[in-house]
Design a protein around this ligand. Structure first.
Ligand code: HSE
Length: 420
């Protein structure tokens, strides 16, 4: 028999305890041993919870209990779970976590501390989708060329509603919160931070790259308007919040931002709260992983898969590489990113304006690919919408500054990156 202790018995923790009981037969058949949720730790003992396990509000009741074999950390946050997980590891207990923020900041320290003690985290990225297992094991023969992920269900739900139903941003955010997908602080979702944590976890396995959220480009979906949605439709694009990892000659690009992608691509068809990750390996080609990225049972499904793996004796290296491996791949800076761009700007509707815009872009070597002009409520002002051929991010940022300084340009210039 294997005893589990759960730190944090919220939605996912409750599902873990309940699935271990309800699906105990198949889980035992697969793991080779009976797995029992022995105890849980919660902050507030007076809150009603739909579980029958013994609860306490003292983490030591799990971490220091010699009968607990595996500690499942589902608390959220960073520093408190970090301290508790370190204590669990130093007590020799295997750890399973769904905590992406903990891993975004401390995965390398935890890997070192864990050593030979199993440390698994499938549920941290894209909930119930077994993409970490796929990257760490299934694709281990490959150099990973690129990854694109829809890894935040809240943003995908909101964008789908904005695109398909013309929904208003604030209303739809409220709906996503009511459905229970959004983080306690939704800026974590809509600002792209949640997706960035997941991207960094995947990038460690794919490339052996040790990066923190502050090292990469992170933008959210806050500035998308119905004008952008209409433009995207007209030019054959979907808008998605993507986590992107790309191996290029100079190194690795890691970035999270709202992105226009061709409507014909597989990932463009992933709607609502669903998550998907495409991984391109140099030998296998494109692979895609799709499913529920959040929710109690889906996330618990991944947590229990890790527990089963540990009970079976699986001892894969935590981040997928043998001890001592050092990646020689360089993480490119934001300025070095190269991609296509979409720009939206308000300009005076008069002769010569287009020429001054195109010549300003030309000064930075930026070439326009397509363009649309739309009237506004003001007869003297027009909206200009462009896409560009590929150019370097630093050039685009400089060009936006130069365009903003033109007297014929009004207000902020909106920009979105395009991946083809
Ligand atoms: N807030 C996250 C989402 C939950 O919307 O996908 C899973 O990490």
């Amino acid at each position: 028999m294997v005893n589990i202790g759960i730190l944090g018995v919220g939605t996912v923790g409750t599902s873990v305890a309940n699935i271990l009981e309800a699906n105990g037969d198949i889980i035992e058949a697969r793991a080779g041993k009976k797995i029992i949720a022995k105890a849980g730790v919660v902050k507030n003992l007076s809150k009603d919870r739909a579980v029958s396990i013994k609860l306490s509000d003292n983490p030591s009741d799990i971490i220091d209990d010699p009968e607990i074999d595996i500690v499942v950390e589902l608390m959220g946050g960073v520093e408190e779970p970090y301290e508790l997980v370190k204590r669990a590891l130093s007590n020799g207990k295997a750890v399973v976590t769904a905590n992406k923020a903990l891993l975004a900041y401390h995965r390398y320290e935890l890997q070192e501390l864990a050593g030979d003690i199993p440390f698994m985290y499938e549920a941290s990225t894209a909930g119930g989708i077994p993409v970490i297992g796929a990257l760490r094991s299934g694709l281990s023969a490959n150099h990973i060329e690129s990854m694109q992920g829809i890894m935040n269900g809240t943003c995908n739900y909101m964008l789908t509603k904005m695109i398909n139903e013309g929904a208003n941003y604030d209303d739809i955010l409220k709906e996503a919160q009511e459905l229970g997908y959004a983080e306690a602080d939704p800026t974590f979702d809509v600002g792209g931070f949640d997706a960035s944590h997941k991207l960094l976890i995947l990038a460690s396995i794919a490339y052996g790259i040790d990066a923190k959220p502050e090292d990469i480009l992170i933008e959210g979906i806050e500035n998308i308007t119905q004008t952008d949605v209409a433009f995207a439709k007209e030019f054959g694009y979907e808008i998605k919040l993507l986590g992107i990892a790309k191996k290029v000659e100079e190194g690795i690009e890691l970035r999270v931002h709202s992105t226009m992608i061709p409507q014909s691509s597989m990932i463009a068809k992933v709607d609502g709260v669903m998550n998907a990750v495409t991984v391109v390996g140099d030998r296998v080609g494109e692979t895609m992983y799709y499913g529920a990225g959040a929710g109690g049972d889906a996330t618990a499904s991944a947590v229990i898969a890790d527990i089963v793996d540990i009970v079976r004796g699986n001892r894969e290296p935590m981040l997928g590489y043998k001890e001592g491996f050092q990646s020689n791949l360089k993480l490119l800076s934001r300025d070095e990113i190269v991609t296509h761009y979409y720009l939206r700007l308000m300009v005076d509707d008069q002769s010569g304006v287009l020429a001054s815009i195109t010549s300003t872009l030309g000064k930075f070597g930026i070439s326009i690919e397509s363009m649309l002009q739309k009237p506004t409520n003001d007869d003297d002002i027009a909206k200009l919408l462009f896409t560009t051929h590929i150019c370097q991010e630093s050039k685009m940022q400089d060009a936006i500054k130069a365009l903003s300084a033109l007297s014929v340009v009004h207000g902020d210039i909106a920009m979105m990156r395009i991946e083809k």
